[in-house]
Design a protein around this ligand. Structure first.
Ligand code: SF4
Length: 365
């Protein structure tokens, strides 16, 4: 169990659900466009948003974004600690820095003191390409060097009294990223942000991220995630939901199990599965949780009854007909054209507004 920290109103670590992040691809100088994208991502279930802060010229725009954003805003800063200091003054709820490319130790200490004074969140983002010189000298380009770099930088922020710290350890090599996260988690209770950097285009990047994040999340490692994709940011939120859903880590969202169809399938199954998935998406986007653990959409009697019976809700197709299962028991046999309406009615009956919604977005996730 990691310690719990706060980024604006969002809890990260401890017993909090995994937090989904993304990053705007708008220019931060364009406050209007950036806010529009943040609102769109918030509606899709994003909980924390990061914006690039490459220059002082974006500071007044950042101030407006932080004031009007429905999500906590993290300013992403490289090379110049003074940018991070000003971002805190501009109201950034958090900053992401890589001390490995800030270099100026005095400026980093000043930044740490200011973040502590304002109780703001700092993500210490260590990349293989910018390790601490001493860690690199001792451990080479390795997972251990990333961990030691993080510990070295953490100490500066801990000594200044920062309470809201998280760490990311990123390499484009999946194995090194996983090993670094495991090693760090074994010796530190600061929350970990997980992401596979430069993961790629939507299909390839989602698969790579699902492997890297999935391995760690299944081991109980990781408190917040970003699925980095070469795609519009909304694709990152969809991918993050799919990954967490597959791992059973998305509160209020049932896992959808559906068969691939084959020569035995005697109903038009694919549109039924797609319609069920779309309705789950729609209800979740409307801020509902669905009190079902698993929904099974199965084509025939081979695996259908078994999978459907193991689900809270399911169908097993027959010859132009199907059987509906609820909590392991067949409850209804009906013609094919009634299967989807029956499923949707049951899903609606199980959908409700969440007991504990995120303060930032009103969403259950
Ligand atoms: S559940 Fe039946 S229809 Fe679906 S893939 Fe398996 S054998 Fe084929």
């Amino acid at each position: 169990m990691t310690r719990q920290i706060h980024l604006g109103s969002v809890a990260i670590g401890g017993d909090a659900p995994i937090v989904i992040q993304s990053m705007c691809n708008t220019k931060t100088t364009d406050a209007e466009g950036t806010l529009a994208q943040i609102r769109q991502l918030a509606d899709l279930g994003c909980q924390v948003i990061r914006v690039a802060l490459p220059a002082f010229s974006a500071m007044s725009s950042l101030e407006r974004i932080c004031a009007e954003s429905p999500l906590p805003v993290v300013a992403d800063i490289h090379f110049d600690a003074r940018l991070a200091l000003e971002a805190l003054s501009a109201g950034a709820h958090g900053i992401r820095v890589n001390p490995g490319n800030l270099r100026d130790t005095t400026a980093i200490r000043q930044l740490a003191q200011e973040a502590a004074r304002l109780s703001r969140c700092v993500r210490i983002g260590v990349n293989m390409g910018s390790l601490s010189p001493s860690a690199q000298k001792r451990y080479g380009m390795s997972a251990e060097a990333m961990v030691q770099s993080a510990l070295e930088y953490l100490k500066i922020f801990e000594d200044a009294g920062c309470q809201n710290l998280k760490v990311s350890l990123k390499s484009s090599d999946l194995r090194i990223s996983i090993e670094a996260a495991r090693r760090f988690h074994a010796i530190s209770d600061w929350p970990l942000h997980l992401g596979i950097t430069e993961a790629g285009t939507p299909m390839a990047g989602t698969i790579k991220s699902a492997i890297g994040l999935g391995v760690l999340l299944l081991e109980g490692i990781g408190d917040t995630i970003r699925v980095s994709l070469t795609a519009p940011p909304k694709a990152e939120i969809t991918a993050a939901h799919r990954i967490l859903e597959a791992l059973g880590l998305l509160p209020g969202r049932p896992q959808l199990v559906s068969c691939p169809t084959c020569g035995r399938t005697r109903i038009d199954l694919i549109p039924i599965a797609e319609a069920v998935e779309a309705e789950i998406d729609r209800l979740m986007s409307a801020g509902k949780t669905i009190a079902l653990r698993k929904i099974a959409v199965m084509g025939c009697e081979v695996n259908g009854p078994g999978e459907a019976a193991d689900a809270d809700l399911g169908i097993a197709g027959g010859n132009g007909t199907g059987t509906v299962f609820k909590f392991g028991k067949p409850v209804q046999h009906c013609p094919e054209n009634e299967l989807l309406p029956v499923l949707l009615a049951e899903i609606h009956a199980a959908a409700k507004l969440p007991i504990r919604a995120s303060k930032s977005s009103g969403k259950p996730w």
